[in-house]
Design a protein around this ligand. Structure first.
Ligand SMILES: [Zn+2]
Length: 440
């Protein structure tokens, strides 16, 4: 059978299937850390968006044992190049809800992504999942596109010596003979790339005095180092709630792995840092702020398409500068000037509104994205600017967004007279390559 799935996202045409949408993922995973062995059972509740004769799921490097669809018998399936294509004996009519169940097994491994890997990855003694951008299929069959958000139930059974963290809230934990089953539920819709499982020899500590339940999960031997990099997180949360509006989820967890990690990882309701981030250097602390800010910008409010990545990274980077000022460091204006100087010396051949798949995580997307917000703030004033950020999250939380929706909302909130100047500002920063002058 020829694989001819229509593309969902033009940055990653080989992922996702736009012909159906998943509403809920129920994942049951049995995992042996020793030997890296995964037995999985995934049940997806989905809806056909067009008349469906076949559907594609993304699943990399694992073997499929069984596929079942509840409303139509499976004629056959093929599993090649990370695509599980299921052909049906009869058409599922557009608008019909259906369930797909997949049994699968194997030794999960990350997908190469330049020098790095994405997806399920073994640590020295445990596991981390780095989902962005297309790592989810390394551990469960999914419709891997950023705009297809679903709720999740993630059940993991593994040796009792390990602590397991996944998205959402821990709702059950049963200890059996040698193995423990952990059940996490994430009721708010989540993009596939934000789904995660973290397994390690960890202890969990609630952070006292937080306005939102906050937990630190780390090796017991590193508890004494925690405060250096993460000691002000409770304050940071309070500040961001003041700036961005109510925290969008039931809680927030930071996992610190015993292994060092080059960069922290973003997931819904949690962030993952390597032990090398247990320091009070600004370059570490700024990322503590960055990852927390992603809960609003990226996780609750998610770009429909990867081309709009500045709506995640520019906003999270601007949150770093806001925290810098709030915590007694350089002001947002000083940070903006510093990064504007730096950017002005770099090639100006990147379009922030459409950076391309290769450059979507280029540092210029982060910094120019933050500078765009800073320029906007200078133009409309603090009150309008922070009202806009809060309204952006309030209107779109748990949904998907585009850059056009943001610029339209900015125009709506700033008022009619501000319109032409705002349009000019967004055109210069988002849709032209040369770096505009920094106001102020
Ligand atoms: Zn980020």
């Amino acid at each position: 059978m020829k694989v001819s799935v229509p593309a969902s996202d033009d940055y990653f045409p080989g992922s996702g299937d736009p012909r159906y949408s998943v509403r809920h993922y129920d994942l049951r995973l049995d995992y042996r850390v020793d030997g890296n062995r995964l037995d999985g059972h995934a049940e997806l509740e989905a809806v056909a968006l067009v008349d469906l004769d076949e559907l594609a799921l993304d699943l990399h490097g694992l073997d499929v044992a069984k596929v079942r669809v509840d409303v139509a018998a499976v004629a056959r399936y093929t599993h090649k190049q990370g695509r599980l294509v299921v052909r049906l004996r009869r058409t599922i009519a557009a608008g019909t809800a259906f369930r797909v169940a997949v049994r699968y097994e194997g030794r999960p491994r990350p997908i190469a992504d330049g020098d790095d890997g994405m997806g399920w990855e073994e640590l020295t003694d445990g596991v981390l999942v780095a989902g962005q951008t297309n790592g989810a299929p390394t551990w469960f069959p999914c419709n891997d596109r950023p705009d297809d958000k679903a709720s999740y139930r993630i059940e993991v059974t593994t040796a009792s010596a390990y602590h397991v963290v996944a998205n959402g809230s821990l709702t059950q934990r049963h200890q059996g003979a040698g193995a423990t089953t952990w059940v996490y539920e994430q009721p708010e819709p989540m993009a596939t790339y934000l789904a995660t499982v973290q397994i390690g020899h960890y202890v969990a500590r609630q952070l006292p005095g937080a306005v939102v339940p906050m937990t630190a999960v780390l090796p017991a031997g590193r508890l004494h180092e925690y405060d250096a990099g993460f000691g002000r997180q409770v304050e940071m949360m309070e500040f961001f709630v003041r700036r961005f509006g109510p925290y969008p989820f039931a809680g927030y967890t930071v996992v610190i792995t015993d292994d060092p990690l080059e960069i922290p990882l973003e997931a819904q309701t949690l962030s993952i840092f390597g032990s090398n981030f247990l320091t009070d250097d600004w370059d570490s602390v700024r990322l503590v702020a960055h990852e927390l800010a992603h809960q609003w910008f990226g996780n609750a409010v998610t770009a429909s398409s990867w081309r709009d990545i500045w709506l995640h990274e520019g906003f999270a980077c601007y949150a770093e500068w806001l925290w810098s000022e709030e915590s007694g460091g350089l002001s947002a204006q000083e940070r903006a000037e510093e990064h504007w100087q730096r950017l002005s010396r770099l090639p100006q051949d990147l379009l922030l509104g459409d950076p391309g798949a290769t450059d979507m995580f280029d540092d210029r997307v982060y910094k120019r994205g933050a500078l765009t917000l800073h320029a906007l703030r200078a133009q409309v004033g603090d009150e309008t600017f922070f009202t806009l950020l809060q309204e952006w999250v309030r209107r779109h939380r748990h949904g998907s967004v585009t850059t056009a929706q943001f610029t339209e909302l900015a125009a709506e909130i700033a008022g009619e007279t501000a319109g032409p100047a705002l349009a000019e500002l967004f055109t210069a920063w988002l849709w032209r390559e040369p770096l505009p002058d920094l106001p102020g």
